[in-house]
Write a protein that binds this ligand. Sequence first.
Ligand code: ZN
Length: 183
Amino acid sequence: MKIKEINNAEGPTPKLDKFWGKVKVVEDAKSCWEWQGSRDKDGYGRIGVSRKDFKKTFKAHRLSWELQNGPIPPENCICHRCDNPPCVRPDHLELGTVYDNNHDKEKKNRQVRGEKNGMKKLTEREINEIRRVYDHGKLNQTELAEIFGVSQSAISKIIRMQRWTHVGEFADMFGKKKEKGIE
Ligand SMILES: [Zn+2]
């Protein structure tokens, strides 16, 4: 891949060799080129430029896109096709809108929450069933988890909450589940 000279409207940019010196370039058709310098809290590479009257920190992936394509239009952002924030490989980056980016993030967060939650598939009836079966001592938590397709910790929670009804934790959670229509 040809790496073009810098052409940036925002002002002085880091020297090209300084920039590419911090990138782990992998010579194949699809590997990510990860930023080896410092990263921000979201994992994006950062590179600072400090001149006499000018100080600025660039996001490495944005700068990489600009090296190839010129300045990023103000209404756009740069998205990773590879979903890997430290990656600066030009053909893994594309111009997107802020909406795309937020929408994408939201979708991913929702998936993570769903997996962590572990109760998404259970109905009230199933929860009662779990408690009943467990109380009769016929199945242990691991077996119940397998049958109902949830994590063992979710089963444990259901059972524990039965014993701590005075806390009202379960009622709360159920209320929230209903509100959001998750079942
Ligand atoms: Zn990548």
